[in-house]
Design a protein around this ligand. Structure first.
Ligand code: ADP
Ligand code: MG
Length: 140
């Protein structure tokens, strides 16, 4: 296994409910290290560019509106096997299917407002980290 970096977003449904710390506790207790962090309001252009892969899906408009509705906390997580590990820590997209102890099982409201994003492949992780952070903002 290699040390990897992956992109995490704490989504508006979670920042609205003051869950940033609770979610980061789960992340850190899983052995993932937060090596970059910023809190911001996404613009519609940023949200729709970030989720462009989903632009033909019926939920795309709702997804963009949800992502711009409140601040998000965007982080780079680092650790052994971090990309797959964080997907495990997040749980299934639909919280009804998420395993016990996962972030989405603990905190998500529904499939759309599911509290967190995590990169799903090495290629997407590299692109997503680069979308939000410059090298000097990532401090291991
Ligand atoms: P994941 O976030 O688990 O990688 P996807 O990449 O498939 O899931 O979808 C991106 C995001 O789009 C999801 O996290 C969720 O917020 C939203 N989404 C996915 N499927 C649906 C759906 N059927 N209805 C509403 N929103 C959805
Ligand atoms: Mg995805």
């Amino acid at each position: 296994m290699a040390v990897e970096q992956t992109l995490s977003i704490i989504k508006p449904d979670a920042t609205r409910r003051n869950l940033t710390g609770a979610i980061n506790k789960v992340i850190e207790e899983a052995g993932l290290r937060i090596v970059a962090q910023k809190r911001l309001r996404l613009s519609r252009l940023q949200a729709s560019t970030f989720y462009a892969v989903h632009k033909e899906r019926p939920f795309f408009g709702e997804l963009v509106e949800t992502m711009v509705s409140e601040p998000v906390v965007i982080q780079v997580l680092q650790g052994e096997n971090a990309i797959a590990k964080y997907r495990d820590v997040m749980g299934a997209t639909n919280p009804e299917n998420a395993a016990a102890g996962t972030i989405r099982k603990l905190f998500a409201l529904n499939i759309g407002e599911n509290s967190v994003h995590g990169s799903d492949s090495a290629e997407n992780a590299a692109n997503e980290v680069r979308f939000f952070f410059s090298g000097m903002e990532i401090v291991g």
